[in-house]
Design a protein around this ligand. Structure first.
Ligand code: ATP
Ligand code: MG
Length: 334
């Protein structure tokens, strides 16, 4: 039997999952997870979210919904382990051990911290204004997330590669100081560019831009949002460029391929107006998402089943992290 590849991804419960997250992160992960031999670990990063000081009730609610969404999007196979980061305490323990092989200089150079320092400096404030230690040590906890599960590969966006480099750096520092090979060095699997889904205003769909279509918003609300997608002023009979149109990008991603192809053809001949494309998109989106939405709603309506699914993931992840912690502790003679 070949040894399975261990894949790991985390997602912060900082808001509602949107179409861009689904197309750019969740769906590719579900497809990857379905390619054996592979064990996939997916966690809701509730500990990471704490550095943004969220309202506790809201954090709990978002964590629950994010977990249900991941399970509903096809990450519910028995080779996929979905868990809440905070429910696998060995991860935080591993993080505490790793702080001792982390140089402060490395964290000083981490992007998220550096960006805040720069913003403070520009505003003439103390450079560490508003920086808590959760934010400053974020890369250490992220290294712990990855190293705890002895992950081989970590799918990341281009903006996350630095954190992965830090995880490799800490694994090497631990190996040098305590025991060669004690921790597995992960590699980044960087998502191909070009996979960026535009939002309502044509910029990248992003929570920060407030231009998203939430994945599990009711269909009527999604249809309303689609009607707000910005288009140019070409009339139905005018030829249009499909490649610069947000509606076509959304159709390419969420409609069946024959429909998307047909619309592309009618753009070039001036055979369709934006209003009709919007109606068609809303309908196609509804059809594509209906099975996922049903699973999502069923999970939220049955808290015991959701809890049981997460606890199964947490037992599995907990055993794996405990084994890593044991190896580290033995190397450190604890
Ligand atoms: P924020 O505005 O807070 O950065 P976001 O909406 O960009 O939030 P993230 O939490 O940064 O979402 O991203 C989660 C995952 O979804 C990442 O893997 C990211 O690459 C992917 N993703 C986010 N937006 C898009 C998009 N518009 N197209 C494709 N993938 C996306
Ligand atoms: Mg982002």
């Amino acid at each position: 039997m070949t040894t399975p590849t261990v894949t790991l991804t985390g997602i912060q419960p900082t808001g509602e999952l949107h179409l861009g997250n689904y197309a750019g992160a969740v769906r590719p992960l579900a497809r990857l997870a379905a390619r054996p031999p592979r064990e996939t670990y997916v966690f809701v990063a509730d500990l990471h979210a704490l550095n943004g000081r969220p309202d506790p009730e809201q954090l709990r609610d978002r964590t629950r919904k994010m977990a249900a969404a991941l399970l509903a999007c096809g990450l519910d196979d028995d080779r996929v382990h979905v868990y809440r980061q905070s429910r696998v305490p060995a991860i935080a323990q591993i993080g505490a051990l790793l702080t001792n092989v982390t140089s402060k200089g490395t964290l000083n150079r981490a992007h998220a911290y550096k960006a805040l320092v720069a913003a403070n400096a520009a505003a003439g404030r103390d450079t560490d204004h508003g920086v808590n230690m959760g934010l400053f040590t974020y890369p250490v906890l992220m290294a712990a997330d990855i190293l705890a599960m002895r992950a081989d590969e970590v799918p990341v966006g281009a903006d996350q590669t630095q954190h992965l480099e830090i995880a490799v750096e800490l694994a090497r520092a631990f190996a040098r100081t305590y025991r060669p090979g004690a921790l597995r060095e992960p590699r980044a699997v960087v998502a191909q560019s070009g996979g960026v889904l535009p939002g309502l205003d044509g910029r990248k769909m992003s929570k920060s831009f407030g231009n998203t279509i939430p994945l599990f918003a009711p269909p009527e609300r999604q249809a309303r949002l689609i009607r707000r997608v910005v288009t140019d002023s070409r009339r139905p009979q005018d030829p249009k460029d499909p490649d610069s149109c947000t509606l076509v990008a959304l159709l390419d991603t969420f409609a069946d391929s024959a429909t998307a192809r047909d619309v592309r053809g009618r753009y070039q001949t001036g055979g369709i107006g934006y209003g009709d494309v919007k109606a068609l998109l809303a309908e196609q989106l509804h059809t594509t998402l209906a099975p996922l939405r049903d699973r999502y709603e069923a999970l939220l309506a049955d808290p015991a089943r959701l809890e049981a699914a997460l606890e199964a993931g947490e037992r599995h992840a907990g055993r794996r992290a405990a084994e890593t912690l044991r190896l580290m502790s033995a190397a450190m003679r604890l």
